[in-house]
Write a protein that binds this ligand. Structure first.
Ligand code: BGC
Length: 449
């Protein structure tokens, strides 16, 4: 008898995107500039000079995209708000036309029976705030919570699931340590400061939500379980450092009120001491955790890998076009780890997906993407397994609804379950979208076929 993959009742099936990756028209209707707009317009920063000027033109085509989701039968949609549309200078004056866009989007989702999950920060910091130091300026916790409050007051009730930050690890590792993401800094001393202010900003925005909001709020992290490449003491210590840096650096403060001990070893003199009251602020109770899962790392000690001294060892396995190993068991292992280490918080898988080659044009009504189909099936079966092991997982958002601007990789990597022809803006569901649609309609049972 084949296994049944039925998911819990009310499991929330959806898809995810983010503002700068899909919207286009970044400066329309009085919006201020943001750091990705600046970064992408700086020669050499993004593959083939791609920018978010048009992207998927979702700012203008959002109604079509909502209809697409409805046709696929999706029940939820995770999107992000571009801070500089709502507050062009990042603080102070509210731009009503920017706020209106998100109000119209939310209303359109609700009219189509799709629950909105709103992310307040998915990396597009207002440029005017970067001019003031961005995430390095301690005042940003106030700027962020004021911005968040503007949205709570406008949309809470219609939006019942709020996310403060998307992947603070990527914000700091990409933006402040290695410089491959906006704002493009490369500074060991800045990265821990930016991390800390991101966490303070999160805490303050949760506090503001308790005053003005009535529903659920959480944070989204990307977790990549680390497995030792050998049983040598050196490799095992490297796993501890890599795990602390990527996985525990944000969750330990949020759930346990302190940073992992390994952080001083990794950052040396660049690791600051912070006052106790900061940890009280950061450790606000949250209603759920958003977990983005893509891959694992088999880790070894590596002196040349700055600053963590740990790197990944390539496996004899399938790798996606972003160079990530396809390893569904990592999703189970990470969820079991969350269950045991942090007291089994309610979790939404807020992103999971893969970039594999698809042609720029879709010639037919649908497009075959067998590797993405395989990835999706494997990860959803793994997710079912984790739920069977008692992990409190409440929903799953596939990354991504649409092919979109993959940050520094421009349009060269496609993660969508729906293909986008960037020359014509034509949307074509891929086989993965059709499979996902059947999975959603059957609440998982289609996974048995
Ligand atoms: C981010 C997305 C990104 C995806 C694939 C996540 O880190 O939140 O914005 O497109 O991974 O790289």
């Amino acid at each position: 008898m084949s296994e049944s993959y039925e998911f819990p009742r009310d499991f929330l099936w959806g898809s995810a995107t983010s503002a700068y990756q899909i919207e286009g028209s970044p400066l329309a209707d009085g919006a201020g500039s943001n750091i990705w707009q600046r970064f992408s317009h700086t020669p050499g920063m993004i593959v083939e000079g791609a920018t978010g000027d048009v992207a998927c033109d979702h700012y203008r085509l959002y109604k079509d995209d909502v209809k697409l989701m409805r046709d696929l039968g999706l029940k939820a949609y995770r999107f992000s708000v571009a801070w500089a549309r709502v507050l062009p200078a990042g603080k102070g004056r509210v731009n009503a036309r920017g706020l209106d866009f998100y109000e119209r989007l939310v209303d359109c989702l609700l009219e189509n029976g799709i629950e909105p999950l709103l992310t307040l920060y998915h990396w597009d910091l207002p440029a005017a705030l970067d001019d003031l130091g961005g995430w390095l300026n301690p005042d940003i916790a106030h700027w962020f919570s004021d911005y968040a409050d503007t949205l709570y007051r406008k949309l809470d009730g219609r939006v019942k699931k709020w996310v403060t930050l998307n992947e603070p690890w990527v914000v700091t590792d990409g933006g402040y340590l290695h410089g491959v993401h906006a704002p493009g800094h490369r500074n060991l001393f800045e990265a821990p400061v930016a991390s800390h202010h991101l966490l303070r900003a999160h805490g303050m925005a949760v506090q503001a939500y308790r005053a003005d909001g009535k529903h659920d709020i959480g944070i989204v992290v990307n977790l990549e379980p680390k497995y030792p490449a050998s049983d040598s003491a050196q490799d095992i210590a490297a796993v501890q450092r890599a795990d602390a840096y990527m996985n525990r650096q944000y969750l330990d403060p949020v759930f346990l009120g302190h940073y992992p001990a390994e952080m001083t070893e990794i950052f040396g003199d660049a690791w600051p001491e912070w006052p106790d009251e900061d940890f009280a602020l950061i450790r606000q109770p949250i209603d759920f955790l958003g977990f983005n899962y893509y891959t694992r790392s088999v880790t070894r000690h590596d002196e040349r890998a700055w600053p963590v001294k740990a790197s990944s060892v390539r496996q004899d396995a399938t790798y996606s076009e972003t160079g990530w190993e396809v390893f569904a068991q990592g999703l189970v292992d990470a969820l079991v780890w969350l269950r045991d280490r942090y007291g089994n918080p309610p979790v939404y898988i807020t992103e999971n997906g893969s970039a594999f080659y698809d042609p720029p044009r879709a010639e037919a009504e649908t497009l075959d993407d067998p590797l993405r189909v395989d990835y999706l099936g494997k990860h959803l079966r793994a997710l079912h397994d984790a739920i069977a092991q008692g992990c409190d997982v409440r929903g799953y958002m596939v990354w991504s609804l649409l092919d979109n601007l993959e940050w520094s990789l421009g349009f060269s990597r496609r993660f969508g379950i729906v293909h986008v022809d960037f020359a014509t803006q034509k949307r074509t569901p891929k086989a993965s979208a059709r499979l996902y649609s059947r999975i959603v309609a059957s609440n998982g049972r289609a996974l048995a076929q």
